[in-house]
Write a protein that binds this ligand. Structure first.
Ligand SMILES: *Cc1c(COP(=O)(O)O)cnc(C)c1O
Length: 421
């Protein structure tokens, strides 16, 4: 039996209705930008496996660092001990994080990074003897699948069965350059009873919503309002972090810096799950007390796993090399040219691009919604390109190490799809 068949006996996949889609493709190898399936077919990974392996799969520099770390120190309890990989990672990360970030707290995935940030904001106020229990978040945001993270997420397809159990969240639309007055009046209304603990947002790009890009100036105005009203600003950079938008972090495009930042996905370069919630000294200081209970009693067993830390340190080192920075710029230029080329295609409704992210919204009148997505996915795979449309949006988020030929092939395949489907 092949992997596809053996899989169906005991496995339950995420984001899947198994009755409709019983099969999963068996992947046996990943190297650079290429995935190889069990029948030997190859696919260019044009979304960097959910924007994680930005330096390519099984990157030799990263795997060699990780291998060395595995032989030195594998895992030790971070509640009682510290170690070089965690210390080094905190030093390297603080150097590149947006201004103001000074403390690093470890989690093990993007959802728990957000979960910890929400708990930090709530306890920040609790420790100061104030009660603030509501959050502000964008419509259509996505912040993960644990309860707090689900609560601030605004994509209801995921939240349906749990809606009654979620924290209280007030929604605002994303800024589009024209709706500032509307957003401001909502913010004023929400903030009027001093109950808002924090504002959780995906800075500049909403990933799961379909790589929707919003207005940096408008976001800055929202952040300024939050600062004026002591609303803790929490940037969920789980998707945008580590170079995706052309700068190290999306928050680097915005003047007002967040109080808390959530990191995961590309943090460990697609190798090992890990996440971080970083914060300012001011947030951290609110947890210092003679009273033990004012500490932050949130812990994951594998906190600061040394092997994961070593992958992150290697990734951050690569990110800052001239070679990778040059690739990011070149991909961005290539995306811009391709965007110009396809934006007037009759099947394209709108396009947007920032850094290595390019999104094309299809004119859905051309076909039925869900069908189109499945058809596109099948088409791309049949041409050896892994692209995973979000609804009617095709997006590209390629690894920084993609070759010109591979990137060309991704573009040509999309053009072919537009012309034939
Ligand atoms: C993926 C994602 C998360 C959730 O991360 P997981 O590791 O899947 O739990 C949270 N926020 C954003 C913006 C994401 O893209």
């Amino acid at each position: 039996m092949n992997l596809r068949e053996r899989d169906q006996k005991h496995l339950w996949h995420p984001l899947k209705q198994h009755q409709l889609q019983p099969e999963s493709l068996g992947i046996v190898k990943a190297k650079g930008c290429v995935l190889t399936d069990e029948d030997g077919n190859e696919y260019i990974d044009a979304i960097a496996t959910w924007y994680t392996c930005m330096f390519g799969h099984c990157n030799d520099f990263i795997t060699s660092r990780v291998y060395a770390q595995m032989q030195q120190l594998d895992q030790v309890m971070f509640s009682d001990f510290t170690h070089e990989p965690a210390v080094k990672l905190s030093e390297e990360l603080i150097k590149i994080l947006p201004e103001g970030q000074n403390k690093i707290f470890f989690n093990d995935n993007g959802s728990t990074a957000v979960e910890a940030s929400i708990k930090m904001a709530l306890q920040y106020y609790f420790n100061k003897g104030k009660k603030r229990s509501t959050f502000i978040a964008f419509e259509n945001g996505f912040h993960g699948d644990t309860f707090g993270a689900m609560g601030v997420s605004g994509l209801s397809v995921y939240n349906g069965p749990f809606e009654d159990l979620l924290i209280d969240v007030k929604r605002i639309p994303t800024p589009n350059g024209e709706n500032h007055e509307e957003i401001l009046s909502l913010l004023k209304d929400y903030a009027s009873n001093d109950d808002i603990a924090g504002f959780v947002y995906e800075p500049l790009v909403q990933g799961a919503a379909g790589m929707k890009i919003h207005d940096a100036e408008g976001l800055n105005e929202i952040l300024k309002f939050c600062k004026e009203h002591q609303i803790i600003t929490i940037a969920d950079e789980v998707m945008t972090g580590f170079g995706k938008t052309g700068k190290h972090f999306a928050s680097d495009h915005i003047e007002t810096k967040p109080d808390i930042i959530c990191l995961s996905k590309a943090l460990t370069a697609g190798l090992i799950p890990m996440a971080i919630t970083s914060c300012t000294q001011e947030i951290y200081d609110a947890f210092l007390s003679d009273d033990i209970a004012k500490g932050f009693f949130h812990c994951h067993t594998y906190s600061a796993n040394p092997v994961a830390c070593s992958a992150a340190i290697a990734g951050i080192e690569l990110l800052q090399t001239d070679a990778i920075q040059k690739n990011i710029k070149e991909i961005s230029i290539a995306h811009k040219a391709f965007e110009e080329q396809v934006k007037n295609h009759p099947k394209i409704k709108s396009t947007r691009h920032i850094g290595v992210i390019l999104a094309l919204d299809l004119n859905t009148k051309m076909a039925r919604y869900g069908d189109l997505r499945d058809k596109l996915l099948k088409f791309f795979m049949s041409r050896g390109v892994f692209l995973r449309p979000l609804g009617n949006t095709i997006y590209i988020q390629v690894p920084y190490v993609i070759t010109k030929e591979e990137l060309e092939k991704v573009y040509r395949t999309i053009e072919e799809a537009l012309d034939t489907l």
